[in-house]
Design a binder for this molecule. Structure first.
Ligand code: HEC
Length: 182
């Protein structure tokens, strides 16, 4: 099985596994920020992610589910050449950026200081790729759309392998499931 197909399978499984999610509004409040967690590191085993405030984790989960629904919707659009639909979805994914959405400048600053730099870098790269997907779709470049979809999938897996192994134990480093990533 090709790596890309494997990744797609993983995503489909994730989609099914997390399809029904609770949604909440206004989850982040000033007083729940992680003042005392400035040096919090998310370990490879993800254990310290549990120390993020429940509000922040809820927001992260909410974004993840939305992103995954977007990724899921891209498949039928891709195979039918609905480029404008992909463009729209990619834009939504790009704009769902957890470090931007729903947060005041103050909260943004607090979030930046409570997440490790590596996580923020991964998130930025992910949103860069979403922008590239949007661009490829707006230019109706089928091959590039496929390429960036695959790159995005890799970036989901890459971040999860580093920061979400508590949620996805199969992605624990050295596990066979991540062997094809470079
Ligand atoms: C920058 C890091 C990062 C990227 C990129 C990322 N994720 Fe996640 N994701 C996480 C973390 C961390 C968690 C675990 C959150 C928690 O503690 O429950 C997670 C959890 C999830 C969950 C479980 C949500 C829940 O609460 O049930 C899904 C589904 C998910 N991600 C899908 C995706 C998909 C699909 C992509 C790519 C299109 C993606 N993620 C990209 C970091 C990331």
């Amino acid at each position: 099985m090709k790596p890309t197909i494997k990744i797609l399978n993983t995503i489909f499984i994730l989609i099914i596994a997390t399809y029904s999610q609770a949604y909440g509004e206004g989850l982040i409040h000033h007083d729940t920020a992680n003042h005392d967690k400035k040096n919090t590191e998310l370990n490879a085993d993800g254990s310290s992610l549990a120390s993020l405030s429940p509000e922040l984790r809820a927001l992260l989960s909410k974004e993840m589910v939305a992103i995954e629904q977007g990724m899921m919707a891209i498949i039928p659009a891709y195979v039918s050449g609905s480029w404008s639909e992909i463009e729209q979805i990619a834009q939504q994914i790009k704009n769902s950026y957890i470090l931007k959405q729903s947060l005041t400048d103050h909260q943004l600053h607090e979030l930046h200081s409570s997440l490790p730099e590596g996580f923020i870098k991964q998130d930025q790269h992910f949103h860069y790729l979403s922008g590239m997907l949007e661009h490829a779709a707006s230019n109706k470049k089928a091959e590039l759309v496929g390429f960036y979809f695959s790159k995005i999938s890799e970036s989901c897996l890459s971040c999860h392998s580093q920061y979400a192994t508590h949620r996805f134990p199969a992605l624990t480093p050295n596990n066979k499931a991540t062997e094809h990533l470079h």
